[in-house]
Write a protein that binds this ligand. Structure first.
Ligand code: NAD
Length: 448
């Protein structure tokens, strides 16, 4: 067994993580850790991804602190056993659900929000009373190093440990007798994780990706839609799992929408975004080349400039794109936004339904009947009406995919629930017995 797994499993068995006091103390410690390490985290995010301080603080540190606050506030209630009703057949007994931790959890993280996506699951896992091993992404090595240093300074390895490395390291960990695996990453790797986990029947949560459509109908507030789409798409240079992947626009409003998006791109990132010090870069050369190749699809109508030495690609809008172009086959995961058009909403619904179920979907339009039609007829992980990304920062909304975009969910109470086994108990009375269940009782057979 891997020494860290062995250490954590035997320490878990001793029961240290079970009490409310311990769990609360660890959550508060994690919040303190984020404050102490704020500068190194921001510097590492700048170094690995050129994330601006504002964007990095809001999307990584502030997000985590608010998750911790929510957990600390609710933890006592969430931990309570839940009483359930006692049916007639169970008269005299008490029936309840106990909340218990799984044990040792492995959290595998991607590189795009490398701090948030490594630690947000940990908050739920430790609130639920588990021990945790974090495997950060090797594509953001400075962040991975800072994560290791800060966890080592604040938590003992028998409780929380960081194991750095690439896919070989991850694959070795997947052979360990873990109690839960929480994976965030791509669809192909998600399939590998599930296959490996199935060998030992380890439960998994898979937070995956895919192509998230953004529909703009003819009755949308075009200017506001453009502003919110530009923000949602080009934040983190499009390297966001729930970023609008492509635009699907009613043909009558396409020209106005593109014009308005061009205005907001200039307003947010300046005339030359490549020189904007605050604009995030593409994570590495491989991804830079992958995303740059999408500029060969359709016609560039906004942006299109590149700086290979800085790994930067300007916010780009592509028109005249077809469903057969490569940019419409892969998850883009970069600052390139293809625009496709439809004539009738049913056509858009049918097209989206013919593809894998997306992680997110955004619909812009004022008519409530049409909003409901979208919600009723397309299956997707989560999303917004008249906005982008905003659903992810409400701790009362579970976050996760469906179909190819993932399974399971987290954030807020759903994080606690994800890492909690619900143990159902019937506590029977010995004061009397009901004979109907026993052989020979006609009534018993009828009741059961
Ligand atoms: P990835 O799947 O390449 O890597 C994720 C993690 O898996 C990394 O820690 C990596 O080391 C490990 N890994 C890679 N190959 C492996 C293998 N063969 N065996 C075992 N482990 C392996 O994903 P990425 O490039 O880091 O992240 C981008 C993807 O993640 C996108 O598809 C994006 O949509 C998705 N994502 C999803 C969410 C979400 O919450 N649903 C959030 C962020 C990113």
């Amino acid at each position: 067994m891997h020494p860290t797994v062995k250490l954590q499993k035997s320490w878990f068995k001793e029961g240290h993580t079970k009490s409310y006091a311990f769990r609360k103390e660890q959550l508060l410690k994690m919040k303190k850790m984020l404050t102490t390490f704020e500068k190194p985290i921001l510097n590492a995010l700048k170094f690995d991804m050129n994330k601006s301080e504002y964007e990095a603080y809001a999307s990584e540190i502030a997000f985590l602190k608010s998750e911790i606050d929510h957990h600390v506030k609710q933890l006592k209630t969430w931990m309570q056993p839940t009483k359930v009703k006692t049916p007639l057949t169970h008269t005299g007994s008490k029936n309840f659900i106990r909340k218990e931790p799984y044990g040792t959890v492995l959290v595998i993280a991607p590189w795009n929000y490398p701090v948030q996506l490594a630690l947000a699951p940990v908050i739920g896992a430790i609130a639920a009373g588990n021990t945790v091993i974090i495997k950060p992404s090797e594509l953001t090595p400075t962040v991975s190093w800072v994560l290791k240093k800060m966890i080592e300074q604040y938590f003992p390895p028998h409780f929380i440990a960081v194991i750095e490395g690439d896919k070989e390291v991850t694959q070795k960990l997947l052979e360990q007798p873990l109690d839960y695996i929480f994976f965030t990453g791509s669809v192909p790797v998600g399939k590998i994780i599930m296959e490996k986990a199935s060998k030992q029947l380890i439960p998994v949560t898979l937070e995956l990706g895919g192509k998230s459509p953004t529909i703009v109908h003819k009755d949308a507030n075009i200017d506001l839609a453009a502003k919110r789409i530009v923000w949602g798409k080009f934040t983190n240079a499009g390297q966001t799992c729930i970023a609008p992947d492509y635009l699907y626009v009613h043909h009558e409003v396409k020209a106005d929408l593109i014009r308005a998006m061009k205005k907001y791109i200039q307003q947010f990132y300046g005339e030359n975004p490549l020189d904007n010090e605050e604009y995030t870069k593409i994570v590495n050369q491989t991804h830079f080349e992958r995303v740059s190749a999408y500029l060969d699809s359709g016609t560039v109508v906004v942006g299109g400039s590149l700086d290979e030495s800085k790994h930067k690609i300007a916010p780009t809008i592509l028109d005249q794109v077809s469903w057969e172009d490569q940019v419409m086959k892969d998850e883009i995961f970069g600052p390139v936004l293809p625009v496709l058009t439809y004539h009738a909403l049913d056509e858009a619904i049918d097209k989206i339904n013919s593809r894998p179920k997306p992680l997110a979907l955004y619909y812009f339009g004022e008519n409530e009947v049409e909003q409901q039609r979208i919600l009723n007829s397309i299956s997707f992980g989560g999303g917004c009406i008249n906005d982008t990304l905003y659903h992810i920062i409400n701790p009362h909304l579970p976050f996760g995919g469906v179909g190819e975009s993932g399974m399971g969910s987290y954030h807020g109470k759903r994080s606690f629930d994800t890492f909690t086994h619900e143990k159902s108990i019937t506590k029977q009375t010995t004061r009397f017995d009901q004979n109907f269940r026993y052989p020979g009782s006609q009534l018993g057979m009828a009741v059961l």
